[in-house]
Each structure stands twice: as C-alpha cells, then as structure tokens.
Ligand binder design. Structure first.
Ligand code: 5GP
Ligand code: MG
Length: 194
C-alpha cells in the first residue's frame, strides 16, 4: 500500500473515495504470493487452486499465472446470507470439487472479513483426505474475528472499511475496477437505491 494515488475521475463520480491499493502494488504482491506458493509446494505435487466465487475470480486469475508450474483450477460458490456491506453466516452454494484426496489444496479468496467463508471451507475440505490445505486471501480486515481466523497467506492487511474493486463488489458492480478502493457513503447510497 504505497502513497495514495488519486481516484480516477470516473470512479470518483461513482462514489469511490480513495485508492487503498493501486494496480502496481497488487501486481507486485500477487507475484510474490505465486512465487511463495511454488517454493512451498515444489515442482512435483498435485496442486488444486479453489477460487471462491464470485469475488475471488480476478485475484485467482492473476495468482494462477504467477505460479510457474502445473495446477488444477476449481471453483466453489459460498453465499453469505445478508446483502449490502456486512457479511453474515456462510453456506455452501455449490458442490465441492471431486477427487481432492492426496492433493495440495489452496483456497483462494478475495477478502477475509468475518472468517465464515474460510472456516466453512476448511471444515468441508478437511474431510476429503487432502494432502495439505492452505488459504490464500488478497485482503484481511484488521479486526476480530478476521485476525484470529486461520489463514496461511495474506496479501494485504487493511483497515476495517468497505472496499470494492479487483473482484470485490457492491451490488455485483465495481468488480472490474482494477484497483482496491474505498466506497464512500454516497456510492453506497446510490447503489442501494437503484
Ligand atoms: P467472510 O465474512 O466470510 O470472511 O467474507 C465473506 C464475504 O464478505 C467476502 O467474500 C465478500 O463477498 C464479503 N465482504 C466482506 N468484506 C467486504 C468488503 O469490504 N467489500 C466487499 N465488496 N465485500 C466484502
Ligand atoms: Mg465473496
């Protein structure tokens, strides 16, 4: 998280108040995470990346290309009931990938907030005889219970604010914004009225 670049005019007009993590900083950190994973896992392992839909698609797409060896890609859908800007209980909304026994599994998620998503997936995947299980999140909120939720790899620790961009949405929009930004009250209000 370097400096505080200006919010591009268009995104500012949509209620984004601050660039929290710019594109270059994200790219640098994603490369580091990919290299760290490939060093830890070595060359000759069966590795499966499981991206949590929908928010992790952007991060997972970049992270997988930062890993220089073969990996399988899978997705799971977890829904947190309760819309808007707070997350609540997590429930599995898709089946889990098959044939994970003996594989090195990496859960890829965009943000660790309440920890419900990771706790649920860890419990479910832990029953499937995997060789190892890691969680890799791009962002972790600096609050409890996020900080005490087990998570092996964290891209950035961020303040407890509502962020959008790089996969993170508000009402399914903003996922395509290429940086992580803070959505102010005006943006939140405009989005919930539409
Ligand atoms: P959990 O609370 O299970 O750790 O995170 C669940 C989900 O809450 C995340 O995958 C994400 O969809 C949503 N979430 C939590 N904090 C934020 C945030 O700051 N911005 C956005 N857009 N989504 C968030
Ligand atoms: Mg999500």
């Amino acid at each position: 998280m370097t400096g505080s670049p200006l919010v591009p005019e268009y995104w500012r007009s949509q209620g984004v108040e601050q660039v929290l993590i710019d594109e270059a900083s994200i790219a640098r950190r994603v490369r580091e995470l990919g290299l760290q994973l490939s060093v830890e896992l070595g060359r000759d392992q069966d590795v499966v990346l499981i991206a949590v839909l929908t928010g992790a698609i952007v991060f997972a797409a970049d992270l997988m290309r930062a890993i220089p060896t073969r990996v399988a890609i899978s997705m799971v859908s977890v829904s947190s009931y309760g819309a808007s800007t707070t997350s609540q209980g997590a429930v599995l909304a898709s089946t889990l990938p098959h044939n994970l026994a003996g594989k090195h599994v990496i859960i890829v998620d965009e943000v660790l907030d309440s920890g419900g998503t990771l706790r649920l997936l860890r419990a479910e995947l832990g029953r499937l005889g995997v060789a190892s299980l890691r969680a890799c999140v791009l962002l972790r909120k600096q609050r409890e219970p996020a900080l005490s939720t087990p998570c092996e790899m964290v891209g950035f620790d961020i303040p407890d604010v509502f962020v959008v961009g790089y996969g993170l949405d508000f009402n399914d929009e903003f996922r395509n914004m290429p940086f992580v930004g803070v959505l102010g009250p005006e943006g939140i209000e405009a989005g919930s009225i539409r």
